[in-house]
Write a protein of this length. Structure first.
Length: 304
């Protein structure tokens, strides 16, 4: 689906006529892909790469345009609970227009940094900055979910909570790889600043984006390390709780077996003491209770 925008008074506005210099293709169909390849002269492989979620961030210099692919968080899907994935987004920068290709329909021009735009280069850099902001927002959500799961694990021994933490840890690995890949792309843009005709203000913006991306990566790394440590600690706690439970069940079993042995001994179909005694039942039951008491004292003495 195609959406067209234009720059009016340093702001990005929707163009109803479809002749604006900014064109956004959300999940393009085969007909739109044909237009992109034939009319805009986009490389078919690069076009498909911009729709490939596993593609790494990169920049390519074509004869008449600049092709750039970077990573952005994927819209959360209820089909994969607690799993956050990443998508690729392609930005193709021409002298007079910018073509953006995305898999999902996402708010690309949201945020106060789009209140004033000065050029297509500026918009392209701010698109990368938007992806970093989306990563930071998703990291906050992952951290909140991790805290909630941690509280549940403290009161339960179910495996599903550990599996949920494992899923969040997997999401953080996806994010770390994507953020690191974006960082490599930003470094390459900075090295080719002269070739891209970046202004002084755009270079300063690029430096700010690099700092934000590095901080975002550090944040994802810290969350990942904390989550991995918590998973190990919680697995040990659950294992210890299981051992304590098994110990308690074994003690209860032994406490039941001792009086059962006493009663069974006096129930054999042979000559036994007290079998003709009038208080035989009371004596046997007393011995059973005494055996339980002796075991309880022995248990306390051993500090089991």
């Amino acid at each position: 689906m195609l959406k067209t925008y234009k720059i009016v008074e340093n702001k990005i506005v929707h163009d109803e006529n479809g002749v604006g210099s900014i064109k956004i293709y959300n999940n393009p169909d085969e007909a739109e892909k044909k237009i992109l390849v034939e009319e805009y002269k986009l490389d078919e492989h690069t076009l498909n790469s911009s729709l490939d979620a596993d593609e790494l961030s990169r920049i390519e210099f074509e004869p008449d345009h600049l092709a750039m692919i970077f990573k952005i968080p994927k819209n959360y899907s209820a089909k994969e609970p607690l799993l956050f994935r990443v998508n690729s987004l392609g930005a193709f920068l021409f002298k007079d227009k910018l073509v953006v290709i995305a898999n999902d329909e996402i708010p690309l021009f949201s945020g106060k940094h789009f209140n004033k735009v000065y050029s297509l280069n500026d918009i392209t850099l701010k698109l990368i900055f938007t992806s970093i902001m989306h990563f930071i927002e998703h990291l906050k959500v992952i951290n909140m979910l991790s805290d909630e799961i941690e509280r549940k694990i403290s009161t339960a021994m179910e495996n599903r909570y550990l599996l949920n933490q494992f899923t969040l840890g997997k999401s953080l690995v996806f994010f770390q790889n994507a953020i690191n890949s974006n960082g490599a792309l930003l470094e390459k843009i900075k090295l080719n600043g002269t070739k891209l005709n970046l202004t002084v203000d755009e270079i300063e913006l690029l430096d700010d984006i690099l700092i934000e991306n590095n901080q975002c990566y550090k944040q994802a790394e810290i969350y990942s390390n904390i989550l991995a440590s918590l998973m190990d600690a919680k697995a040990s706690i659950i294992s210890n709780n299981l051992n304590v439970l098994m110990k308690t069940l074994n003690i209860i079993t032994i406490m039941i077996m001792v009086p059962t042995f006493v009663v069974s001994a006096f129930s054999m179909n042979v000559e036994i003491p007290f079998q003709k005694h009038p208080l035989a039942f009371i004596i046997i039951m007393s011995l059973a209770f005494i055996s339980v008491a002796c075991f309880f004292v022995f248990w306390k003495w051993k500090r089991w």
